[in-house]
Design a protein around this ligand. Sequence first.
Ligand SMILES: [Cu+2]
Length: 402
Amino acid sequence: MPTIDLWAVDGYISTPDGKSIYIWGFTDKAGGSAQLPGPTIIIKRQDPPARTMVTVNLTNSLPEPVSILFPGQSEVRVNGNPVQPQYQNGSLISLTNHCLPGETITYTFYAENSGTFLYESGTNPHKQVPMGLYGAIIVRPQDYMPDHTGYKTAYGTGTGTEFDREYLLVVGEIDPDLHQAVELGKPYDTRVYKPRYWTMNGRCANDTMLPDNVDHLPNQPHGAMIMLEPGEKVLIRYAGAGVENHPLHPHGNHTRLVGMDGRLLQNRTLSNTTDLSYKRFTVLTGAGQTYDQIYTWTGLGFEPVTNQIPTVIPNLRNMAIGHTGMTMWSGSPYLGVKGELPSGMVSYNEVGEYHFMLHSHAEPEITNWGAFPGGLMTMIAVYPNGTLERHHGMLPVESHGL
Ligand SMILES: [Cu+2]
């Protein structure tokens, strides 16, 4: 049975405009700093009738009580008893049993449904969740086998949720005034919450496009760059970890929603299956909700020899990002072909791939404290067939030992 040790601790994250922001968060390393988002918990379900019990030991190293809610999971218990809201003098102080500073408590739950879930603090959540006490849980179907065709799925074989690659995007917001007040021990009125930064996997654009585990972002280990080849099915999991809603959309194609909040969008009777999946241009990613989507880029019938794509070369100012001369353009309108780059450009384009955006349609959210580009934005990179390594977009089968 999976057992995960989590510590609620503090730490700092970096923003692309050079700031360092104090956070509270989770780590799964003894003595570690807070990580944003918290460690991703990936579980593969047992074959029924066996049930998959997950144990989470929480140690609180923060100066106030902290807890973890597990929305969408079954029979959540704390130290063996069903979890309950906590009251003090008749007032609700926590949505679930909390852990006092210096203590360790043990939560258990059964992972009964495949899909994408959140875990987040249920204590003073308007403060603790935006401070960073959140993370994602991925539950894999019991027949998940990444090396077997038809068994690499989000919800089980035969559910129409097969994928070739998968990416998790956990989105949140940061109001620096809240973080500074908590760091300095000063009061903060959550009613005036006003985010200035927006994060994808704990990073603001353009850091979202950097690889995983870059040295200068030690507490933000996960990138958000989506890489794929034409025609592949890409499972994109959105998790809304903040307290606001974010309208996210990729360029290049719609996504097909196949699951929400860890529930397959399908109705089944003994004799009949009704497909309830649907396509969306923009998915309003609600606070506390998750969305599993299949995305495929075909370039409107792209075929490398007989149907190349006559793209109009964009205006020069749209080809460069920032002041460093980085470009997301191969210099050629054809996938897999490199052309002439404008003088002064330094190409980061490796094999003539396409890059285009996935971003929030609430455009203030694609800035860092008012400066574009930033916030909830990343790139989708379409690599020519056969050029993208297989390990790109392969989350582990399980994240923590049995
Ligand atoms: Cu757009």
